[in-house]
Write a protein that binds this ligand. Sequence first.
Ligand SMILES: Nc1ncnc2c1ncn2[C@@H]1O[C@H](COP(=O)(O)OP(=O)(O)OP(=O)(O)O)[C@@H](O)[C@H]1O
Ligand SMILES: [Mg+2]
Length: 401
Amino acid sequence: MIAHRGSPEPSPFSPGYGRRPLVFGGHGVEIAELTEVFETADFGENQSVLISGLRGAGKTSMLAQLQDAARANGWLVISDDAGSGLMDRVMETTIPNLLNELAPDSGKRLTSLGIGQLSAQWESVERSRDVRPLLRRDLIALSTVLAERRPHSGILITIDEVSSGKARLRELSRFALEISHAIGEGANIMVVFAGIKVDLDALLEHDHTTFLRRSRELDFRRLTPAETRHVLAESIRIGGKTIDEDALDLLVSFSQGYPYLVQLAGDYAWRSSEASPTISLADARAAHGRAITAVERRVISRVFQDLSEMDQRFVQAMAVDFGRTKIADLVQRLGVSDQYVQVYKKRLIESGYVQADGRGHVSFSLPYLGDYVRSMASDRPDADGRGWDHHPPPSRTGRGQ
Ligand SMILES: Nc1ncnc2c1ncn2[C@@H]1O[C@H](COP(=O)(O)OP(=O)(O)OP(=O)(O)O)[C@@H](O)[C@H]1O
Ligand SMILES: [Mg+2]
């Protein structure tokens, strides 16, 4: 058969942080349950939700799914990152914009509700008051207007990229306090925070976050083999190609259900097939090495950087073994007490890096972390693969050497 030689179809895969997948795999139960809240405004245990998971596990993509479901049910969405200035951005820009969209004529009424710095139109009123503008008031006002226009709807607030900088956590915990007050006053609000586990835990330790301690926690790990297969096969089908069964098997097995890697695997295989309507085993093989290199560089390296120095030493000591590692060996390699090792082990297990693997043993639960750590530790003569290691730059002349 003569291969069709048209221009290649664009790839349906989306490897990259915050890039939404065409086919969102897994988490069906949680999405259905949270969508039900958007339909009924009956919150149950879903007033606040914490989404934790390692980099590239799909937290931001999940927030986007929830935002869509909320909007589809007439909810308002406030979405931001936990960076500094969060409170000001939400109060000065986001909420005024939402209000203007919802009720362009409601300025007067809102002033009577005591809403804070809403827009130029209300600013003069605001300046004359000596009450500090509070997010809780803005949220309650927004919620009041919303309830009049769209009963049974509410406000979804999603805050991504929760990180553990002290100043940021302090601001975030104040933000949480304002939300909890607004909820206490009857505003229909669901708040969802996303970040890596240690950072979310640090947030929960703050004052003002009592109500977050009752949050529903969703811990994002890997997709199951069936979910992984579905994402790959369905994306390829929608993209307009087919894939041979053995090729699909290989992509599923090396991507290990790690969402970012699933996208990379599919993307490289798709591109390798060029204008052919079918992705073959040869394409999947070509994708293999490239996808692993890319995930190590773009994802695993950042996952490693997120670890504290001691945690890094711990995983380095584990990476000496190619399979599982004996706890007793870690005690020896690290030169610390058994108790000390247990504390670190527990934390690394909770954050999704490591798993218990039989009595007294641990292994990596994040695929390719061990390989990555080993590749960093090994004295490769040519560290970046460009062949410059034996050609160091000359020292500058004329400096009295
Ligand atoms: N459920 C999923 N099914 C298929 N692909 C997914 C899924 N979730 C995320 N992805 C893909 O994985 C990659 C990373 O997703 P995302 O940016 O949401 O991760 P993240 O957890 O927010 O990462 P980070 O911690 O760095 O912010 C993207 O390419 C996205 O398209
Ligand atoms: Mg993200």
